[in-house]
Design a protein around this ligand. Structure first.
Ligand code: C5P
Length: 217
């Protein structure tokens, strides 16, 4: 049993960017490879959890032993997450676009000679992490991420409170983290802050999965 401490548990993981359509050929997105989230999904599965990975567009293959739902927009991601409930664990790693284009055009916007560039009116996307944190079927352990470029821990502590989640994994994204293979994170919980050393994304995932198993034991 010690080797599969998450057997019988359902974990929901989001990863990758979301794509918010402008018209049939154009979109707005965040920069995200999905590597960290896919590694977390794989690490949770390796500890015996049943894992649902809700992923935005990435070039990564499905992690072995993980159920993958591929979506494009933030609204689709929220719907897929809600459809996956109930879950014991939610790890919201996706780089969700904060805004979407208010009115998606059903035909490609045309670049007419001499015409001015279009102005895009934007509207707020749902916050998936905050929604799940306050959901009637709230998972027992809800974990968010915070990609920051300054005052990393300070912002993460504030974000944990504001989002209503249990833990925040905070990372400084000023280096080569985006699309890179290593990550330096701080785990912010109700008890305090743990500073982890720089590790390959797979090792961050394994350590996080082990901490999750410990918390649920
Ligand atoms: O507010 P911010 O985007 O910095 O928060 C990051 C955390 O919130 C990440 O865990 C991310 O997956 C989640 N998030 C979300 N839905 C949004 C925006 C962020 O789930 N619309």
């Amino acid at each position: 049993p010690a080797a599969r401490p998450l057997a019988g548990r359902h974990a929901l993981v989001t990863a990758g960017p979301t794509h918010e359509p402008i018209d049939p050929v154009r979109y707005i997105a965040n920069r995200s490879s999905g590597k960290q989230g896919y590694a977390i999904a794989a690490a949770l599965a390796a500890l015996g959890a049943r894992v649902t990975l809700v992923s935005g567009p990435t070039v990564l293959p499905d992690p072995p032993g993980v159920g993958v739902t591929r979506i494009e927009s933030a609204r689709e991601m929220l719907a897929a997450c809600e459809a996956a409930l109930p879950a014991d664990i939610a790890v919201m790693n996706a780089a969700v676009a904060d805004w979407r284009v208010a009115r998606e055009a059903d035909q490609k916007l045309k670049k007419e000679p001499g015409a001015a560039a279009p102005t895009l009116a934007m509207t707020l996307n749902p916050d998936i992490l905050a929604t799940l944190s306050r959901h009637a079927q709230r998972p027992g352990l809800v974990i968010g991420f915070a990609a920051e470029t300054e005052k990393v821990v300070e912002h993460a502590i504030e974000k944990r409170r504001r989002k209503g989640c249990d833990w925040i994994v905070a990372n400084d994204v000023t280096g080569g983290v985006m699309g890179g293979d290593a990550n330096t994170v701080h785990l912010v919980t109700a008890e305090g802050v743990e500073d982890w050393p720089e590790l390959p994304k797979e090792a961050v995932a394994a350590r996080l999965a082990a901490r999750i198993a410990e918390a649920l034991a």
